[in-house]
Design a protein around this ligand. Structure first.
Ligand code: APR
Length: 239
């Protein structure tokens, strides 16, 4: 049995037309992070923050999954159907491109753009279109719905579960992440410390010490190839 953990970042959706966060043309280049992407910012300027995420949610309707998303969905199907081991797909992305490509049970560490969260009762509800400020929660009626994203200063989701999975992984693959944001970046080290084969897919390798193998290229090219190799190599890693 080979337990597989995959972590994706903004780079996997870059070829679908969604900007990454850092680097040239990155989203953070012209966004006041504190004002628009922090818990304090949401409290201080809810209209601006809602508008920022409304725009990102609207963009989701203009883009589609790319071959990297599709290949991971295929890998999940095969890995599970053939009982090759556990399969975990975690993402820092708020987009729904993994789900639209057919992936199931995707762990969104930083929340999602396609749902709203009640700040009062914690209920989550699927959301399309604009999210008005102080929209009523369908579960508790409190006027407390907010974007379902993890803002700076808030706790990422699935942290303990993912750290346990990473620490048991045989193969850990990081796709399209600068590995600069914790706790996600810590997962690579946890997996390596457990003896996992750690693989990075990135056209600009991060130089992360705990990465054993780098596939230096765009996800839409490298991921389908890696998936083919993984499926062909059974439990062997193709290196
Ligand atoms: N294929 C694969 N990787 C790519 C591609 C591509 N076509 N294009 C760019 N990349 C790589 C970049 O080289 C970079 O290393 O994707 C990475 C994107 O890095 P970031 O923009 O830092 O995104 P990410 O690592 O996902 O950021 C993590 O930071 O700001 C927070 O909440 C935000 O979830 C986000 C988190």
């Amino acid at each position: 049995m080979t337990d597989l953990v995959i972590l994706t970042g903004a780079g996997i959706s870059a070829e679908s037309g969604l900007a990454t966060f850092r680097g040239e043309g990155g989203l953070w280049e012209d966004v006041d992070l504190h004002a628009l992407c922090s818990a304090e910012g949401l409290a201080a300027q809810p209209y601006k923050v809602h508008a920022f995420y409304d725009a990102r949610r609207a963009q989701l309707r203009e883009v589609a999954p790319n071959p990297a998303h599709a290949a991971l969905a295929q890998l999940q199907k095969r890995w599970t159907r053939e009982a090759r081991g556990t399969f975990t797909l975690a993402t820092m992305n708020g987009d729904d491109l993994h789900e639209r490509a057919g992936s199931r049970n995707v762990l969104h560490l930083h929340g999602t753009l396609f749902a709203a969260l009640c700040a009062e009762c914690g209920n989550r509800v699927g959301w399309e279109g604009e999210l008005p400020v102080r929209e009523d929660c369908p579960a508790c009626d409190a006027p407390a719905l907010r974007p379902d994203v993890v803002l700076f200063g808030e706790t990422p989701r699935h942290r303990q579960a993912l750290e346990a999975l990473a620490a048991r992984a045989d193969i850990f693959i990081a796709i399209g992440t600068s590995a600069s944001v914790h706790p996600a970046a810590r997962l690579i080290g946890l997996a390596r410390a457990n003896g996992a084969v750690t693989i990075e897919v990135n056209p600009a390798p991060t130089g992360t010490a705990d990465i054993l193998h780098v596939l230096e290229g765009p996800a839409s090219e490298e991921v389908p190839r890696l998936v083919r190799d993984l499926l062909a190599g059974a439990h062997a890693v193709p290196f």
